[in-house]
Design a protein around this ligand. Sequence first.
Ligand code: ATP
Ligand code: MG
Length: 342
Amino acid sequence: MNKIVTLAGDGIGPEIMAAGLSVLKAASKNTTFTYEIDPRDFGGIAIDHFGNPLPEETLNAAKQADAILLAAIGHPKYNNAPVRPEQGLLALRKALGLYANVRPLKIHKKLQNLSPIRNVENVDFVVIRELTGGIYFGKHELNADNAIDINEYSADEIRRIIRFAFETARGRDKRVTSVDKQNVLATSKLWHKIADEIAQEYPDVQLEHQLVDSCAMLLITHPQKFDVIVTENLFGDILTDEASSLAGTLGVMPSSSHGDQGVSLYEPIHGSAPDIEGKGIANPVSMVLSIAMMLRESFHEIALAERIENAVEQAFSKDIFTQDLGGKATTAEMTAAIIDHL
Ligand code: ATP
Ligand code: MG
């Protein structure tokens, strides 16, 4: 029995989690994939119940899970609170050693006109962002007359994320774009050299290097040229936001995060959308596709994952869209349409 810890969280989190789990239940019915759900408090709701966004019992359950599903956390009501929901997410990532953040971007034909970019036909790439090293975790010093941020990467930290990218590319179109700023930064020089070294271990995968500035441009002008993009924490933060804008909505975008302790976490890339909380109009697709990623990446249930992804495509093909996509379907209607097409 596969154990899935669910963290529904705040805002629209519980609404899209319930929608996603109903799709999982329908899809796995009469298959050999069996699972049990262990729902836990996390984020703002956990602050309300435990005074802590990541209660000990949630962390222990997460550590023992086979996979973790997170919907969304955060709410404006905690903006001036002494402890914020987001601190729970940072603590959870750290405790689970989640060093690789994966964000696929594929734009359904019916959604292409939502993109602010004209030509997004056949866009299909994934950005892999290093999540636990680099400048966000280096020393920060703020003085009156100067300020310092240290960007540090060990060779081992770089090796594992680059390897992760090559492994991912093997399951895709076998092309890796390694993104750095090696004309200026020492960390990038090391990154570049290690990417070349790892490439020797993967003769079947093609490696290309891009400077981060030119990559930022190419993401808009030639998004079709990419298959797997791998980059450090800071560059990845910026490039993943840029990449997600290509889709024109956040409501369809899933992600996964993988660590060195065996358990992975799956979540939509968007936040808790407090502006539409409780209205029953949230787009459940980001959660449904996060569940498909979980089935593929943690449980190797490829056929089941594809069935769910195809059902989403089919629902879109029948012009069933939630409001963020210009449609009228409610969360419940969108979810029912996906289940109908399983
Ligand atoms: P965070 O800081 O937590 O990332 P944010 O300020 O970036 O939050 P989001 O919660 O991601 O904001 O929402 C941004 C906008 O996208 C909001 O208008 C929200 O309603 C909309 N949105 C996000 N997710 C969805 C969804 N699943 N369905 C419909 N609309 C969504
Ligand atoms: Mg955001």
